[in-house]
Design a protein around this ligand. Sequence first.
Ligand code: NAD
Ligand code: MG
Length: 386
Amino acid sequence: MRRISIFGATGSIGESTFDLVRHREDIRTVALTGGRNVARLAQMARELRAEVAVTAYDECLPELREALAGSGVDAAGGREAIVEAADRPADWIMSAIVGAAGLLPGLRALRHGTTLALANKESLVTAGPLLMATAAASGATILPVDSEHSGIFQCLAGSSSSGIERAIITASGGPFREWTAERMANATLAEAVAHPSWAMGQRISIDSASMFNKALEVIETREFFDIEPARIEVLVHPQSIVHAMVGFADGGLLAHLGPADMRHAIGFALNWPDRRHVPVDRLDLARIGALEFRAPDDMRFPALRLAREVMDMRGLHGAVLNAAKEIALDHFIAGRIAFPHMAVMVEKTLQQAAGDPFFGQPATRLEDIEEADARARRWATTQAEG
Ligand code: NAD
Ligand code: MG
């Protein structure tokens, strides 16, 4: 019997993971975590007969307790309880909390040697070297869940990334792919969330519209596969069928194709190293007909340029980029700043950090990473208010 836990169970990735494990007789659920959606969390925990359900918010704990009364599922609440849920012995953990909040539980699971299916790209962007070193020290495996990184991993088919000439990740281009800069300046929240090909959580959907999602993913590629930044390319591919390609020294290019359904990448990570049936639509390429690719437009989408700058500087600048982006996103969602201003805020915060030697230190110590994250959040907040 395999024991699994799902962090961020009530989110988009969490729901898809739930969907893949609910009928599996060979899987037992240890912990499920969520936020304010306590009713759904309790419902999932009851169905999977989890050991424990954890809400990130103390004030939601009484409601969770009530919803789980008589079920045999323990209830817990608060930030600390989320991290402690990763101490419960498990064989496989889905890391699908959104944002830097996903770092601590993932890190804790890796210390225990648990296989970590990593959807939470923010933890690699913020703390890639720490995360990889922790996994290496305990012998834990990290499996990518982001579709592009699952695609690269699958193209490599277990071989090391040393022979790679280049890695290409694709981007749908998001809802503003064809918009002019003038039109983007007035984009509404509803327009930014309306992703053309993927159904995802609100925050990553907006990040896709701004290309900050792809910026995080370029850094994620660098950290996960240890590929030099110059060898990582981004292609806009509106059909979202090819998720990634790997080019080898002999000129061959392997591509990973799949439907725009995260259950493929989640199922791959869940069943790895085996391949099992996953209930996603099968691609009908004759019906799709054509696959288009084009270079991204760095003028309208400055996020990719910022990611390149961060990869050149390394150190704690990934933590700065991610934290500033999270604050900028909060402000856009709250209607306080215009869509293109998110990139302006992130760029200004990065410039502020670039002048301080503290941020040049490697992202290997949790205290430094947390301080970099906190300072970047303060700077970005001050800017938004100023
Ligand atoms: P979501 O917003 O739908 O769900 C987020 C989950 O995290 C929820 O369960 C929520 O309760 C929980 N959560 C939020 N803030 C928290 C906090 N401070 N502490 C503890 N829990 C908290 O997000 P999502 O779209 O499922 O994305 C989850 C992660 O997966 C993100 O890192 C995202 O970048 C990554 N990802 C998502 C997709 C996708 O298709 N949705 C694809 C690739 C990668
Ligand atoms: Mg992705």
